[in-house]
Structures are given as C-alpha cells and as structure tokens.
Design a protein around this ligand. Structure first.
Ligand code: HEC
Ligand code: HEC
Ligand code: HEC
Ligand code: HEC
Ligand code: HEC
Ligand code: HEC
Length: 421
C-alpha cells in the first residue's frame, strides 16, 4: 500500500515535469530574449515605445509564419509587399527595426511571452532598482573606506586624551589621600619627560640607534614617494556627467573604438565623440539596462532634443566630459604615430577599457613609462620604405650584433626633442 502510493506519486511527478518543464523553459527564454533584443524599442504591453506595444500581437498577425519572418528580418519582409507591414512601416516614420539572428523557436518564445503582456511588471521594476543600488554602492566603496579610516584616527585620539586625563586624576587623588593621612611625602625629584627620556636612552643606546635609523628612512621614503608621485595620476577615475559605460558599448555591444574616437588613427588626438554620434543609436534606444531613461535623457538634454516629437530645439550645450588622461604641455604625444604606424593596440596603453564601466587611467604616463616601451618595442618596419631603409642601415652598422632588435630607440625614440617641445 505504502509502496504503491510512493510509485504513483513518482510517476505523477515525472509526468508533471515532462508536461510543464518545457513551457516553463520557453517562457523564461522569451523574457530573456525580449530584454536582450526588443526591450529598447518595444514594451510587452499595449504602450508604444519606438515601436508598437506587443501585447496581443497575435491578433494583428494571424499568420504565424509571416510574424516570424518579420521579426527575423523586417526589411526583407517589407519587400514581399505585405500591405499591413508596409502600412505599419509608414506609420512609424520608416523607423527601421533591425534584423535578428534568432531561431524560429526563439522568436515564438518571445512572441508567446510578449503576446500575453509579459510578466507582472512589479518584479521587473524591483530588479532594476536592485541593479542601480548595486552600482551606486560600488562607487561609494572608496569614500566608505576613507571615512572608516578617519573614524579609527578619531578613536585613537580620544583614547590618548582619556588615558592622560585618567593619569592626572590618579595623581591628584594620591596626593589628596596622603594629605588626609597626614603623611608628608618627601617630594620626589621631579624629572621632566625630556630628562626621563635622556636618562632612559643613555641606558639603551642600541635601541635608540635602530629606532632613529628607521625613523629617518621612513621620512626619506615619504618624501621620495611624494616627489615621484607629483603629476602621476595612475588609477585616476573621475565621475562623468553621463554614466557612459565602455563595458556596455565597447564590450557587450562590440562597438569599435574608432567608431567613436574617429580621430585616433589619423591625428595626434583621439577625440571624444560629440552627442550627435550618440544619436546614431540613441534616437532609437531610449532606455538602458541599468538606469532606464535617466542617463540617456541627458544626451537629449544636451542636444535640446525632444524624444517624443523627435524635434531638436535651438539651445544645445556640450556635454562636459571630465578629462581622464592628461600629459603636461611640454610633452608631444601622437596617437596616429602609435596606433597606425606603430600598430600598438589601445589596450596596451589604456588597459582593458572594454571592461571598464568608468574609464580609469591605467598606465602611469610618466617619462620612464614612455622610454621603457621605446627601449623594448620593435619597430614594425615591414611595408614601410623609410623604416626598411633604416633597418638595413641598422643591420649593416659595425656595432650590430646578432640578436640585436630594431627597437624604437634605434629610430631616435629616446631623443629629448622627439617628445619635448
Ligand atoms: C531599434 C528598435 C526596434 C527593436 C530593437 C525591435 N523592434 Fe520591433 N519594431 C520596431 C518598429 C519601429 C516597428 C514598427 C514598424 C517599423 O517601423 O518597422 C516594429 C514592429 C514590430 C512588430 C509589429 C508590430 C505590430 O503592431 O504589428 C513586431 C511583432 C515586432 N516589432 C517584434 C519585435 C521583436 C520580437 C523584437 C526583438 C527580437 C523587436 N521587434 C525589436 C522597432 C524595433
Ligand atoms: C559609443 C562610443 C564610444 C566607444 C565605442 C568607445 N568610446 Fe572611449 N569614450 C567615449 C566617451 C563618450 C568618452 C568620455 C567619457 C568617459 O571618459 O567615459 C570616452 C573616453 C575614453 C577614454 C578616456 C579619455 C580621457 O578623458 O582621457 C579612453 C582612453 C577611451 N575612451 C578609450 C576607448 C577605447 C580603447 C575604446 C575601444 C575599446 C573606446 N574608447 C570605445 C566614447 C566611446
Ligand atoms: C552604435 C550604437 C551606440 C552609440 C553610438 C552609442 N550608444 Fe549608448 N547604448 C547603445 C546600446 C546598444 C545600449 C544598451 C541598450 C540596452 O541594452 O538596452 C546603450 C546604452 C546606453 C546608456 C544606458 C546605460 C544604462 O545602463 O542604462 C547610456 C547612458 C548610453 N548608452 C550613453 C551613450 C552616449 C553618451 C553615447 C555617445 C557618446 C552613446 N551611448 C553612443 C548603443 C550605442
Ligand atoms: C602608446 C600608448 C597609447 C596607445 C596605443 C593609445 N593611446 Fe590613447 N592616450 C595615450 C596617452 C599618453 C594619452 C594622453 C594624451 C595627452 O594628454 O595629450 C591618451 C589619450 C587618449 C584619449 C583622450 C583624448 C586625447 O587624445 O588626449 C582618448 C579618447 C584615447 N587616448 C583613446 C585611445 C584609443 C581609442 C586608442 C586605440 C585606437 C588609443 N587611445 C591608443 C596613450 C595611448
Ligand atoms: C606601448 C609602447 C609605447 C609607449 C608606452 C609609448 N610609445 Fe612612443 N612609440 C612606440 C612605437 C612602437 C613607436 C614607433 C612608431 C613608428 O613605427 O614610427 C613610437 C614612436 C614614438 C615617437 C616618434 C619617434 C620617432 O623617432 O619618430 C614619439 C615622439 C613617441 N613615440 C612619443 C611617446 C610618448 C611621449 C610616450 C609616453 C607618453 C610614448 N611614446 C609611449 C611605442 C610606445
Ligand atoms: C619617449 C618620450 C620622452 C623622451 C624621449 C624624453 N622625455 Fe622627458 N618627459 C616625457 C614625459 C611623458 C614627461 C612627463 C612625465 C610626467 O608628467 O610625469 C616628461 C617629463 C620631463 C621633464 C619634467 C620632469 C618631470 O618628471 O615631469 C623633464 C625635465 C624631462 N622630461 C627631460 C627630458 C630630457 C632631458 C630628455 C632627453 C634625455 C627627455 N626628457 C626625453 C617623455 C619623454
């Protein structure tokens, strides 16, 4: 009897799993695919964003095959001359819905999920809040550790004051007690702390010698660090006026560095992109995964653009990006020389920018840093007539030994005038 029950429940459980597990899986995938691909333009409700709300979409597209074809490549589908789709396209001001490399099953899963109005909206909202919360605590970590340090110092100062106060209270209590008892204490010869210290140190000469040596070297080291640190801002990571993330753009979305920093291959400076470059995408993408509309709307504010009417006002003001890297005026540095001629990757000098949510100065940017690389890095002379000539001369040089490499140093990369005006 008992066993029979057990078996029945086992079979029932398995049946339930078989029937319900796949649908559960699909609906989760649907939500995920939607958030990853569609959420920037569509809402899983009847509300309009860039494109129409997708709740009840199956009523508008009775033919499932057409619907799938549309989502996979709307521009191709429009060419079939489908009347409804073309009318919709006109209606939405010919906004292009991008093509998606999704399988039929994946498209069906998104449509299933959006058609029924998505999940209840509440959990999504709390998830977003949790996300932003996480980010802001991160950036506060530094400030927290600083104030923690200050509190520790405060406690130490209080303790010292307390100990000295207690000490003097003890002394006056003792004299009081002695006076009461009528004991007249022979006044001890009173030694000033300095005299005490002199006496003690005359007895302990070795300890004093070691301690003074330590003290002097500590002071020297502080001074040295201070001097070497002047003007070195490695790790500098200022907060920017818009929470623009390289991790999101260059990392996750694989946007090439030169798409935005278009001057870097051609000129001395790598420019910071203007807000118009942002609009190539953000005319459509009005919501971000972490900050919703808050940060992206700052781009619109800078351009005096109204995302609802899509009209530009005439009161734009540039975004005040905070400069991270900054060489002194007396140094000449040229990006195109390094990136285009020298074929050096951005990451070699700037570190893993594509995984930084906030840009940080990765290299020290000191003279020693430039020089070290010029000493060690080989010049890419292939295909450059001028350098190939120089390379030949270098090989023919009487000082040339087998194994010597044609480094930047050999083309004059250590000459003061190359880097200093
Ligand atoms: C860059 C913005 C954008 C993205 C991303 C986007 N769409 Fe669209 N979608 C549109 C626009 C705009 C329209 C209106 C037609 C047009 O202009 O092409 C539209 C129309 C549609 C329609 C027809 C709506 C109707 O009322 O008949 C469906 C279905 C649809 N999109 C599904 C999706 C799905 C699914 C995804 C994600 C896999 C997606 N879209 C991603 C912009 C987008
Ligand atoms: C979508 C546009 C965009 C892309 C793509 C992009 N950047 Fe940026 N970059 C910016 C903006 C905007 C700033 C200024 C705000 C900031 O510092 O975050 C910036 C700042 C920087 C800075 C700091 C500049 C300074 O003030 O010293 C460096 C270095 C940098 N980017 C390198 C890169 C590298 C390397 C890549 C490719 C892996 C890249 N960027 C891709 C837009 C972009
Ligand atoms: C080539 C396309 C492209 C360009 C150019 C571009 N972005 Fe983006 N941006 C994106 C994409 C894609 C997202 C992520 C949208 C998503 O995942 O929902 C995004 C998201 C954002 C977010 C939202 C961050 C969040 O987590 O909420 C901000 C802010 C942003 N971009 C700022 C900028 C700025 C400022 C510029 C110009 C310097 C810029 N973007 C240029 C494609 C672009
Ligand atoms: C050889 C090292 C090196 C390489 C390689 C390099 N950078 Fe830089 N980058 C620097 C230095 C040094 C500065 C500071 C320049 C200054 O203050 O004048 C800088 C500054 C910048 C700036 C701030 C604007 C400016 O020009 O001052 C941006 C943006 C930038 N780099 C982007 C890039 C990108 C994108 C790449 C790759 C295509 C790249 N860098 C490759 C060393 C390098
Ligand atoms: C990651 C290695 C690297 C770093 C770091 C680096 N350089 Fe260079 N630099 C090179 C290479 C490689 C070349 C040779 C490019 C070529 O083929 O012309 C070069 C060439 C130069 C030249 C031209 C030299 C000539 O004789 O034509 C100057 C000037 C220069 N760098 C300045 C700097 C300054 C200033 C810094 C530091 C702020 C710096 N470089 C940091 C690798 C580096
Ligand atoms: C490869 C490039 C490069 C070469 C070659 C070079 N310098 Fe520099 N120099 C720099 C950079 C970069 C700085 C700025 C360092 C900083 O801000 O910390 C600098 C700074 C200086 C300073 C200011 C002190 C300081 O540390 O800020 C002096 C002085 C100086 N260089 C002298 C020279 C002399 C003399 C030579 C020739 C023997 C020379 N430099 C060759 C890149 C170079």
């Amino acid at each position: 009897m008992h066993q029979f029950n057990f078996r029945i429940s086992l079979v029932l459980t398995m049946l339930i799993m078989v029937f319900f597990a796949p649908t559960e899986g699909f609906s989760q995938d649907g939500a995920k695919i939607f958030k990853g691909n569609c959420a920037s333009c569509h809402k899983p409700s009847t509300q309009k964003l860039i494109g129409p709300g997708l709740q009840g979409i199956r009523d508008r597209w009775p033919d499932e095959a057409k619907l799938i074809a549309w989502v996979k490549n709307s521009q191709e589908f429009l060419k079939t001359g489908d009347a409804y789709a073309n009318k919709l396209y006109e209606q939405y001001g010919k906004s292009i819905m991008p093509a998606f490399a999704l399988s039929d099953e994946e498209v069906i899963a998104v449509i299933d999920w959006a058609n029924k109005g998505g999940d209840a909206p509440a959990p999504a909202a709390t998830a977003d809040q949790a996300n932003t919360g996480g980010v802001s605590t991160d950036s506060n970590a530094q400030a927290d550790s600083d104030s923690y340090f200050l509190v520790l110092i405060g406690i130490a100062v209080l303790l010292i004051i307390l100990i000295s106060v207690l000490g003097s209270v003890k002394r006056s209590l003792e004299t009081l007690v002695n006076e009461k008892k009528g004991i007249i204490v022979e006044p001890k010869p009173v030694l000033s702390p300095l005299q005490k210290f002199k006496y003690w140190s005359s007895q302990n000469k070795k300890i004093v010698a070691i301690a003074s040596l330590l003290l002097v070297s500590w002071v020297l080291k502080l001074g040295w660090d201070g001097l070497m640190g002047v003007g070195v801002y490695q790790g500098y990571q200022p907060e920017q006026p818009i929470k623009f993330s390289h991790e999101l753009h260059a990392g996750q979305n694989q946007i090439a560095c030169v798409y935005c920093h278009s001057g870097v291959e051609k000129s001395k400076h790598a420019n910071i992109p203007s807000a118009n470059v942002c609009m190539n995408c953000h005319a459509y993408i009005q919501q971000g995964p972490n900050y919703g509309t808050e940060e992206i709307s700052k781009i619109y504010a800078a351009l005096d653009y109204n995302p609802e009417t899509r009209v530009y006002g005439n009161n734009p003001k540039p975004i005040q990006w905070v400069r991270v890297h900054n060489l002194p005026d007396h140094v000449y540095f040229n990006h195109s020389q390094h990136v285009t001629v020298g074929k050096i990757e951005c990451a070699q000098c700037h570190g893993p920018i594509d995984s930084m949510a906030v840009v940080e100065q990765y290299s020290p940017l000191t003279m020693g840093w430039c020089i070290n690389c010029h000493r060690e890095t080989e010049v890419k002379f292939e295909g450059n007539d001028y350098y190939e000539d120089l390379h030949k001369k270098f090989m023919e040089d009487s000082d040339y030994k087998k194994g010597d490499v044609f480094t930047v140093e050999k083309i004059g990369g250590l000459e003061c005038s190359k880097c200093h005006y």
